[in-house]
Ligand binder design. Sequence first.
Ligand code: PGA
Length: 247
Amino acid sequence: MPKSVHAGFTVITVEDYEEMSMVAAKFIIDKVKNNSKLTLGLSTGGTPKKVYENLILDHRKNQTSYKGVTTFNLDEYVGLADTHPNSYHYYMLHRLFKHIDIPDHQCHIPSGLVNDIEEECAKYEKIIYSVGGIYLQILGLGENGHIGFNEPGTSFSKRTHVTTLTNETRLANSRYFNRVEEVPKQAITMGIETILSSQQILLLVSGEKKAKALDACINGELDEDIPCTALQKHHKVTIVADKEALH
Ligand code: PGA
């Protein structure tokens, strides 16, 4: 049974990554079935990989349709082309979008390859606003407590902006690159204020490496040095976390 912590938090404890991915996929599928015009905020990284696999399996088996769904990804590296295998454009296309029936023009990811990056940030916010905001935002959690690419020390009041990645984050993400030097130094990310503006948040956490950040998120004080603590300001956050992450 889910147990309540902060007024806005519901924590669902699951056994492991497999179960987290199953529970999260069901959560998302139920929302899509309830509202065919759902606006979803999406994340990348290792955490949601299996969730997306489950969405694809369900789409094939049960024909859950994404024709009316609009998506906004949290972030993208600065300087990687959409076709670069480590770009989040590439990740989303190959791990989800091309396998379901969502129209391309309804899938939004900030571009890290524009001349005027500030303009790109403002444009991204405008598009989110124009569709009435995000209904359900899916989040992973960085080992240093980051959400999106909002690194420790980021003001909670920021909206979409350019950020410099910490060495810690570049090291954590270097597993997808040949060398840590290849990991871009900057990214464009929804800000914490953007994330908090969504109507609901689904935070997915798996593994012992995330335990410290998750503990701060659930039990710590609001602290801009631990970005995930900002979620305590939101009225509806469902946390699906496995036993290792919650220990
Ligand atoms: P991960 O990253 O899912 O690859 O662990 C999460 C994050 O950095 O937000």
